[in-house]
Design a protein around this ligand. Structure first.
Ligand SMILES: C[S@@+](CC[C@H](N)C(=O)[O-])C[C@H]1O[C@@H](n2cnc3c(N)ncnc32)[C@H](O)[C@@H]1O
Length: 254
């Protein structure tokens, strides 16, 4: 008799312990270099920074080498924050469990960041508008916002169905990536099994991401009170061409 598949758990609830090993580590240096390049290029100085969708805290960990910075991380996933809390123990970084559409920082920040396509998790226009307004409300007047995002509406390749099989020590995973049904974007169903001394722990997650066209995103930023200073291809800081999807946006409030 076949058993019914278990109901999906919340995004990152089961992936958090292996997130860095499977995706976070591989992308980190690229995102870090793009961040440093934009800080230099736009002459962005800051004493306080809040990383929205901070995940496992890798970016904050690198920033915390500078003890003069006031750092805060926000994420809606309790499991990701557990990993971040361990990584950042003793480093004076404040971690908050919040949804970015209702962001409420203890104090406004000089610079807000949202790395590795966190804003693609906003899949409805109302949620995008709420989140951008919340980001503006939690940054200083003239504060900066830097985030990377996958854009829709480009001439780049549209997503096709892909199955990834992942085998690693103490880990077996099957990830199905398909085009999202209602809008341009992806729906990723992950089935991940972690094998430990007390047996195997398997869980399914569903990740829905929307690829916002620049023609929607840029006016939404303006309505929230952000002025866009730059749009850069993440890989090399060049101006994005019509087929480029993964870009970094640098904006300033006011
Ligand atoms: C792709 S991960 C990126 C994590 C981290 N920024 C990095 O660079 O590795 C996206 C993160 O955004 C968080 N996230 C997604 N939607 C969110 C929301 N509405 N509010 C707060 N966090 C959110 C997820 O829980 C996850 O940790």
């Amino acid at each position: 008799m076949s058993r019914a598949a278990p109901a999906p758990v919340a995004p990152y609830a089961s992936l958090a312990p292996v997130y860095d090993r499977l995706v976070g580590d591989a992308r980190f240096e690229l995102i870090w270099e793009a961040f440093r390049r934009s800080c230099r290029h736009h002459r962005i100085g800051f004493r306080s920074l809040a990383d929205i969708g901070c995940g496992t805290g890798r970016f904050l960990h690198r920033l915390s080498r500078n003890p003069a910075l006031r750092l805060c991380g926000v994420d809606r996933s309790a499991a990701m924050l557990r990993v971040a809390r361990r990584r950042l123990a003793g480093r004076g970084v404040r971690l908050l469990r919040q949804d970015m559409t209702r962001l409420a920082l203890p104090e406004p920040a000089d610079l807000l960041t949202a790395n590795f396509c966190t804003l693609n998790y906003l899949t409805e226009p109302a949620a995008l508008a709420l989140a951008l307004r919340a980001l503006a409300a939690n940054s200083h007047c003239n504060g900066y916002l830097i985030f990377d995002i996958i854009l829709g509406g480009t001439t780049g390749r549209t997503p096709s169905a892909v199955r990834q099989l992942i085998e690693a020590p103490a880990l077996h995973a099957v990830w199905d990536i398909r085009p999202a049904p209602r809008f341009e974007g992806t729906i990723v169903s992950t089935f991940t099994c972690l094998h430990g001394t007390r047996g195997s722990n398997c869980a399914q997650e569903v990740h829905l991401q929307r690829w916002w066209p620049a023609a929607t995103l840029l006016p939404a930023l303006a309505r929230a009170g952000f002025r866009v200073l730059g749009l850069h291809r993440l890989a090399d800081h060049a101006p994005p061409g019509p087929g480029d999807r993964w870009v970094q946006v640098v904006a300033r409030r006011g």
